[in-house]
Ligand binder design. Structure first.
Ligand code: PMV
Length: 343
């Protein structure tokens, strides 16, 4: 992936200093350090409609990693994440999902009282629809389990991540929990996921509007619209689901022109749901003018990122420049390699 590198440099790994040294007799310290890794994701089709049981397709961006490290803390549990460094319990609302991830993982390993130093290091920004909360929860859970030498199945890891994600999003569909640890594009519907084959000769350009999106606010806005107009909003959600269903075939058969058209239609429908905004509309328009086959918001919306589909790497570089000129604070160009799925 080509990264324009204009954001803050990655925070280096550094163990949190423990606040004090006395050992609590009830606490069993972690026997060794543990680490966990997940990654960013984008939603190609189906954000919001997936919450209502429609299918969605998401693409893991494995080069944008989320790493977590945990080790024993001699005092209080400590957290180092983004610009925060201090006691875990004082880390505030932004880190509620990480705190819950530590809690559910410690329950799972049977040491709910253990005190840990927890660090997360991310290659991608939070609150931009790239799955940061699910990715951080997933990485922390894997790190805690690893530190205690406890194995968990993919289903257990999904359940634990969902328990942490509920703090951030209320009732997450589970798409982020799956996509931020998947090894290929996934189709997700009503709690079930499948890896889908991909045969696209194209590039995806991801552009960050620089505006923080709140998935919780966007999801509850759609819920209110749905309650006020179940028929009209229901039709929009169904059409979004149908676009995702058709896209599974287009992704497998390399139909990039059809995919682009579907992305534009999905963007229109998402705007009708009230989850786009002026900045995202401007970025999408700039990408299309610069030659994108299609462009749409990705994730919760109301800020966050847009994605656009470029037929060649040269087109992608051109689109990226246009997106930057239109105000994108950061962009990534992601080649879409063919992925075969064994029967
Ligand atoms: O904004 P993100 O990356 O958390 O994606 C949210 C996707 C939604 O469909 C809007 C919500 C969900 O739970 O699937």
């Amino acid at each position: 992936m080509l990264d324009d590198g204009s954001a803050n440099p990655t925070v280096g790994l550094q163990r949190c200093a423990a606040g004090h040294r006395e050992r609590r007799s009830t606490v069993q310290l972690v026997p060794h350090a543990g680490s966990g890794e997940t990654w960013a994701k984008i939603i190609l089709f189906g954000e919001h409609s997936v919450v209502y049981g429609q299918p969605a397709i998401a693409l893991p961006l494995r080069s944008l990693r989320m790493r977590a490290r945990v080790s024993a803390s001699a005092g209080l549990s400590m957290l180092r994440s983004l610009d925060y460094e201090g006691p875990l319990r004082e880390s505030g609302a932004r880190f509620a999902c990480v705190r819950r991830a530590v809690e559910v993982a410690l329950d799972k390993v049977g040491h709910p009282e253990a005190q840990l130093s927890v660090e997360t290091i991310s290659d991608f920004p939070p609150e931009r629809g790239m799955g940061s909360s699910a990715a951080s929860a997933g990485a922390v859970i894997r790190a805690v389990l690893g530190a205690f030498g406890v194995a968990a199945s993919a289903e257990e890891l999904f359940d634990l991540t969902q328990r942490a994600e509920r703090v951030a999003h209320g009732k997450p569909s589970g798409l982020d929990a799956v996509a931020t640890s998947a090894r290929g594009p996934v189709q997700f519907q009503a709690g079930r996921m499948e890896i889908v084959p991909m045969n696209l000769d194209a590039h995806l350009v991801v552009a960050d509007s620089g505006i923080r999106g709140s998935t919780r606010v966007a999801v509850s806005g759609v819920r209110t619209r749905f309650e006020n107009d179940p028929g009209g909003v229901g039709e929009i959600l169904e059409e979004l689901g149908e676009l995702a269903r058709l896209a599974v075939r287009d992704v497998a058969e390399g139909e990039i022109t059809a995919l682009g058209v579907a992305m534009n239609r999905a963007q229109q429908l998402l705007a009708h749901l009230g989850v786009s905004d002026h900045h995202l509309d401007l970025l999408n328009a700039a990408a299309i003018r610069a030659g994108a086959l299609g462009a749409k918001l990705t994730g919760g919306g109301l800020g966050g990122c847009v994605i656009s589909l470029a037929p060649t790497v040269d087109a992608a570089v051109h689109i990226r420049s246009a997106l930057r000129a239109a105000g994108a604070v950061r962009t990534w160009v992601h080649p879409l390699h063919p992925i075969r799925v064994e029967a």
